[in-house]
Write a new protein. Sequence first.
Lengths: 115, 110
Amino acid sequence: EAAVTQSPRNKVAVTGGKVTLSCNQTNNHNNMYWYRQDTGHGLRLIHYSYGAGSTEKGDIPDGYKASRPSQENFSLILELATPSQTSVYFCASGDALGGRSYEQYFGPGTRLTVL
Amino acid sequence: QQKVQQSPESLIVPEGGMASLNCTSSDRNVDYFWWYRQHSGKSPKMLMSIFSNGEKEEGRFTVHLNKASLHTSLHIRDSQPSDSALYLCAANTNTGKLTFGDGTVLTVKP
């Protein structure tokens, strides 16, 4: 089965600090995605990538950066964390062909609390 | 920005009953819908997808799609307590991205 792992699983950060969330996939999928999920909401796309070296802005990119150094790894970086970024973050991998997205496989999530 | 609206926000059905969940997109470029299920504290997992008009059945789950109205629905018959979860609808356009709705929380009462 497709495997997506995330680290850390839980993180407490201070306001103004730098936070890096990491994601690794062994599916050899070209596309990777970062979402956040807040209570009462679905998944909102922060950044995504079509392959190593590429990053694209999603629907809510402000306050976040992303890095895709290899096919397997995709990081989400909060340079100056704020309490409004307290959330559960999910990484996903999947393929797309001709613009059509195929099934996305999600990691277990990272619960981030910014104090 | 495309919006995906799901209804109802929450739904309670008795064990063995039928659950019906709805989803509509505001983007006429949508050509593919996905349904994901997320149990409490877990990550979303794909349940079913549909891109053709009509219906698709897999076991107790049936998905309908009306492309003219950009409306899809998920029906779960003989609902079980293990079906209790957040159900997320997602729409795909030719951008390769998915846009998710806010979900429907289904509770199946024994």
